[in-house]
Design a protein around this ligand. Sequence first.
Ligand code: LMR
Length: 394
Amino acid sequence: MLTALKPQPADKILQLIQMFREDARADKIDLGVGVYKDPTGLTPVMRAVKTAEKRLWEVETTKTYTGLAGEPAYNAAMAKLILAGAVAADRVASVATPGGTGAVRQALELIRMASPDATVWISNPTWPNHLSIVKYLGIPMREYRYFDAETGAVDAEGMMEDLAGVKAGDVVLLHGCCHNPTGANPNPVQWLAICESLARTGAVPLIDLAYQGFGDGLEMDAAATRLLATKLPEVLIAASCSKNFGIYRERTGILIAIGEAAGRGTVQANLNFLNRQNYSFPPDHGARLVTMILEDETLSADWKAELEEVRLNMLTLRRQLADALQAETGSNRFGFVAEHRGMFSRLGITPAEVERLRTEHGVYMVGDSRLNIAGLNRTTVPVLARAVAEVLRG
Ligand code: LMR
């Protein structure tokens, strides 16, 4: 049986982690996978997480099973963080999931159960794993235009044209903030237009919210999600705590399904069913830490302060990189880097140039020229800018 298995292509992002580890050069720079690194190159455990872990060890008396949908307190705390009461609680069903990927996967399975013929529309480009999971589940898929490679901004016109062709009941996968991989995001006016378009066509948004707090702040980053959740009859939200709580390996996420109050019980039952089929109970450790932090005023304030430091550090790096690239290349071609938000920007250089950055300069980024801004620091910014300029000179 096992001999019948076909080889699987390696995940392009995760493959970079291994290649980087195997590179012996001391001055190599990792701008691949989306992990935050502080100016010393460390991915720290956040202060509030450390404190919560210590407290948890002291007060935890059992490791018996949690609820099938996760601990109600976690689900409530996350709904509050994301929706801030924008939607009546009796319209909100949710399950804790293993990370944001788990939430995306459960959302897509829910869509397939509810409406097997629905097409899922994804942005071109999107996080490669979106494509991969949709394909794996055999769900009909189409792309909508999203990115203008010339300007480095959202191709708002193309996007709106494509969204106008979406059918009622189709699903539009949106990045709630900090678009991965481009770093380009709709502005509030454009979000309003997206919302109106979805209302007109009767399409259901599936919002991937993996970077709340990494773009314009916790509230602003959730603004588009809250808008859609308030204005549209049905909304799915797949959120992750990996980045904003820095608990990548704890696998902490949530899927929120908003619909009619009368149908909430059935939606919740289906979410519970999906958890049971796929892994029974969701992981609890990270979820418990998140709950403890969000429920405790002091811990919460400390977490928000540290998250804000992270965000501002990324913004500073963006400005520094845009300036350094301008100085090294003599053109404003990369000015968009300072305008983008979140961990990523797409530089818009060719795969061959990306390859040369890796082989000649030890700079690792994804083949589509997506770089993780948070992998840089004050010392590596000028090194990267010089390397890019050198590669561009041919
Ligand atoms: C990324 O895009 O680098 C992150 O979301 C990590 C991942 O799982 O791909």
